[in-house]
Design a protein around this ligand. Structure first.
Ligand code: ADP
Length: 521
């Protein structure tokens, strides 16, 4: 397998997959946690409201027991002071009453500090009792089986909703008696439930009692609380007074909000971490890929260069030996051999120079002398020197001198760049032996285009040809000689002169290398 692919697979198996897996797991459990916390919280709120209801029930039971015990000790003949004491101690009790049978007739005996009110309530109570006789029978049954149950029943004064009629049964030697309490609900909530709510709220919760019918707040642990029932996180009816409800909500940010915020923060952190990790992995992979590629190119380079050097060396030593042994008879042949030796020596020198230039440029040891250079004159000069070489190789060349372009550049470096590009054009032109050179300007850059009509470069290879040691290793190009240093050197040199190089190329149609250099205004 390709080593780069392998590294990619290893990186993703070792880091990416476990982390992504973990993240997905965490994110899915975040919502689960959130739901669980909410659930627990809801239960807790329910428990709180339950305890308040329980407390109200207990209070009421206490009162009922008191009425029962008063009756047991004093009976219908008893003094008035006992029931009145209960009323005195609890302003929420508007009135208490008991139905006694006096001279064969059931009579409602009422106790109240407000006798006027008591008189006005008497009739509606009697009506309510007669309308709820089946309920009363039920209560008697309960009582006989030893269970004291109180019941809220509707009475005709319901227009004045703050009074609630509660009935229960008292057993005595003379039989079962219906007894009851008329409770002022607002007072009950204020005096009994209120202090309880205050204790529970403890700066954490806001507890509220509502009148459900009117949808108004009748009591709240928060001063001047005017919120409606909807604001509460949870509401429960008051068991004994079904028209009223208790509500609870948190002070400050609600737990739901806090949990939601935490979940969101955790979520963002997790996703952020994943993104960072993925980016880091991509970067790591890229740099590893680059290193592997470079190592590969380098080893290709060594093989290439050895080959490039061996060929001229072999030729030189062969012809030199032949000459040395005096086996060459004619002067003409000797001249031919000399010229081969000289040509191959030049080639060797060229290769060595290229390597030296490259390593100098790479180490940044090449100091450039930037001056005003006329591209036109520069190219003319190079072409003059190269004319023989180009024609000898069968090339036609055209220089379109439409305009004069002066740039800031180092002459020697520029010459080296242009020669490299022309050399490449010659090497990679195949049978289409034509080179065109053109000058132009673009914004504040002078542009030099060197165009060939040869083999061209694929899009994929265009990305790499400026890398050091890179050579196209497939197709027709594989056989041509080279070091893979030329374009890398060109790029370094042009960038040192504040310029840049780009390439336009199509496989099979040729390539245009464009050099941009800062214009002299
Ligand atoms: P070298 O020519 O020594 O191989 P270079 O750095 O000069 O190294 O070029 C890198 C690669 O770019 C070459 O191997 C070649 O495949 C491709 N290349 C460069 N110039 C041209 C061109 N004018 N036409 C087609 N391919 C080219």
């Amino acid at each position: 397998m390709n080593p780069i692919k392998r590294i990619g697979i290893i990186l993703s198996v070792v880091f990416l997959i476990p982390v992504l897996f973990f993240s997905v797991y965490e994110i899915s459990s975040l919502t689960k946690d959130e739901r669980m916390i909410e659930n627990i919280y809801q239960k807790q709120l329910e428990a709180i409201l339950f305890s308040v209801n329980q407390y109200s029930d207990n209070t009421l039971s206490g009162w009922i027991s008191k009425v029962e015990s008063d009756y047991a000790t004093h009976g219908n003949s008893g003094s008035l002071s006992e029931p009145m004491q209960l009323l005195l101690a609890n302003t929420a009790i508007q009135m208490s009453f008991i139905i006694d049978t006096v001279e064969q007739r059931p009579t409602l005996k009422a106790f109240s500090f407000d006798s006027l009110r008591a008189d006005s309530l008497r009739k509606p109570i009697e009506t309510a009792l007669s309308q709820n006789s089946s309920q009363i029978q039920q209560l008697i049954k309960y009582k006989r089986s030893g269970f004291q149950k109180a019941e809220s029943i509707e009475a005709g004064w319901q227009r004045d909703e703050k009074f609630q009629l509660i009935i229960f049964i008292i057993e005595s030697a003379s039989g079962s008696h219906v007894a009851g309490l008329v409770i002022n609900l607002e007072n009950f909530i204020e005096d009994q439930i209120g202090p309880r709510l205050q204790i529970i709220s403890k700066d954490q919760f806001i507890l509220t009692a509502y009148n459900k019918k009117k949808n108004v707040t009748v009591y709240s642990t928060e001063l001047r609380d005017t919120t409606s029932m909807n604001a509460a996180l949870l509401t429960k009816d008051l068991w004994i007074f079904p028209d009223y409800a208790l509500g609870i909500r948190t002070k400050g940010a609600s737990l739901k909000q806090i949990v939601r915020e935490r979940t969101t923060t955790n979520f963002i952190l997790l996703v952020g971490l994943d993104v960072v990790l993925v980016v880091a992995l991509i970067l790591a992979f890229r740099s590893v890929k680059r290193e592997v590629q470079l190592a590969q190119n380098k080893s290709d380079f060594v093989a290439n260069v050895s080959h490039e050097i061996r060929t001229p060396l072999a030729l030189i030593s062969m012809f030199a030996e032949t000459l040395e042994l005096g086996r060459v008879k004619t002067e003409e042949k000797k001249q031919e051999y000399y010229s081969i030796i000289s040509k191959e020596t030049h080639r060797l020198t060229g290769i060595v120079n290229k390597i030296l230039n490259f390593s100098q440029a790479e180490a940044g040891k090449k100091t450039l002398r930037i001056e005003e250079v006329s591209l036109q004159l520069e190219i003319r000069e190079i072409l003059k020197t190269y004319d023989f070489h180009l024609k000898n190789k069968g090339f036609e060349y055209y220089f379109h001198e439409s305009q004069e372009v002066n740039v800031k550049a180092d002459k020697a470096a520029l010459t080296e760049i242009i020669i490299n590009l022309i050399d490449n054009a010659i090497k990679y032109s195949g049978d289409k032996k034509r080179i065109e050179i053109q000058l132009s300007t673009e914004l504040d850059a002078g542009v030099l285009a060197i165009k060939d009509f040869g083999l061209g470069i694929s899009k994929e290879n265009q990305k790499h040809i400026f890398d050091k040691f890179y050579r196209v290793s497939s197709g027709n190009l594989a056989n041509s000689q080279g070091t893979g240093l030329g374009l890398s050197l060109v790029k370094q040199l042009i960038e040192q002169q504040n310029g840049r190089i780009t390439v336009n190329s199509e496989l099979g149609k040729g390539s245009t290398f464009l050099l941009y250099l800062p214009l002299v205004k």
